[in-house]
Design a binder for this molecule. Structure first.
Ligand code: URA
Length: 246
């Protein structure tokens, strides 16, 4: 594997950052300063140091993106801008894809990875991964509607949603919604079924990951930290819902 790819896979540096660090003599492979960022290394056996720190080999890449409005959750689209357009070109080549979908006009936390198994597990209907959304609606949500929402709502196609949570704020036309499943346009359809309409939707949490809006502006991305990766891999193997078989 190329050294710059290794550093990028291990969430240490992008390709251009790797090149700069190699030029500055800050990357060592088996005790010698690397001369070129495109040199070949063996990720399992070679010892790589980046800016004085040993780099632990990680097979997969995990990116947290603060998705803006107007981008579709796809890797490629003939007409629309995709969330991959917000990342450096190398991530496309690497096979990164969005883990789950947000609608074009939904904002917020999006996980992108090249780990197909993890993504499959997080999105499987039985995994019940927790997702939190900040919302605004056209009309205030009444107490009765909030209770219906929490019990389960019958959508226009007859599907009855799993129990969800809704916390109302202000005059009741905004708040936080928590889901444990992910059907197509689910929140919009749930509000439609209650005779209401979503006017703003932003995902603020997904599978234990939190959107840090103060440090990650809209449209920006970052690598997951090591502890976030470990937690995510743990969650991919377990269920978060209190009564997982509901
Ligand atoms: N529910 C929706 O309606 N849209 C989203 O993007 C996510 C959840």
């Amino acid at each position: 594997m190329r050294l710059d790819r290794f550093l990028s896979v291990c969430a240490v540096a992008t390709r251009s950052e790797s090149k700069r660090a190699v030029r500055g003599g800050e990357v060592f492979v088996n005790g010698s300063a690397a001369k070129n960022a495109d040199m070949q290394i063996s990720p399992e056996t070679d010892e790589v140091f980046f800016k004085g720190k040993r780099v632990e080999y990680r097979k997969y890449t995990y990116i947290l993106l603060n998705k803006p409005e107007g981008y579709v959750s796809a890797t490629d689209d003939p007409k629309e801008k995709t969330v991959l357009d917000l990342l450096p070109e190398e991530f496309r080549k690497k096979g990164l894809f969005p883990c789950g979908r947000l609608d074009k006009n939904t904002l917020g936390l999006m996980l992108l990875t090249d780990n197909g198994e993890l993504s499959h597990r997080l999105l499987a209907p039985k995994s019940h991964v927790r997702k939190k959304y900040r919302f605004r609606s056209k009309f205030p949500v009444s107490r009765e509607d909030a209770e219906r929402f929490e019990r389960g709502v019958t959508l226009e196609d007859g599907y009855v949603t799993k129990p969800a949570e809704i916390e109302l704020l202000g005059d009741g036309d905004e708040g936080i919604i928590t889901l444990y499943e992910g059907k197509y346009h689910q929140i919009k359809r749930m509000l439609d079924a209650l005779g209401n309409k979503i006017t703003y939707l932003e995902r603020i949490s997904f599978a234990g990951l939190e959107l840090d809006e103060n440090t990650l502006p809209r449209g920006e991305w970052r690598y997951l930290s090591e502890s976030e990766q470990e937690e995510l891999e743990k969650i991919a193997g377990i269920s978060e819902i209190p009564n997982a078989n509901i």
